[in-house]
Design a protein around this ligand. Structure first.
Ligand code: SF4
Length: 127
């Protein structure tokens, strides 16, 4: 799996909020799964906050930016927008999939599959 190296002007970049709660960690797993399925490239949300110029440039040049948020705080979407980056598709686990925000992880694999399915549906709509 590629990481935050390299460059492809028309690539799809996937930004999970990667929060500490179960739903936050599910976003991370879903982003890995989407990347392994060839749906896009998981990318560094923290680099957007830190204003790392080469990462910001790659994000600006991407064909599509996908934000996956664990909860209604929408940290991934807001981080991208604060960096001047529009979000092309947005997935929210609590409000769209009814997942609970909690510290434990009773069903990481099953929950992640549901996120991948919803993200793929939304990505197909903007293809
Ligand atoms: S969107 Fe929710 S789960 Fe994700 S980092 Fe923000 S507060 Fe945490």
């Amino acid at each position: 799996m590629e990481s935050c190296y390299g460059r492809n002007d028309k690539e799809t970049l996937i930004f999970p909020c990667a929060g500490a709660s179960h739903v936050g960690q599910v976003t991370n797993r879903a982003a890995i799964e989407l990347t392994l399925k060839g749906k896009g490239q998981m990318f560094c949300l923290a680099a957007m906050s830190a204003r790392i110029e080469d990462k910001l440039k790659r994000a600006r040049e991407a064909g599509r930016r996908i934000a996956i948020d664990g909860c209604e705080d929408h940290c991934a979407r807001k981080t991208l927008e604060l960096a001047g980056l529009a979000v092309d598709a947005h997935v929210v686990l609590t409000t769209e999939l009814g997942m609970e925000k909690k510290p434990a992880s009773p069903n990481m694999i099953g929950d992640s599959r549901r996120v991948v399915e919803l993200a793929e549906q939304k990505m197909d709509q903007i293809a």
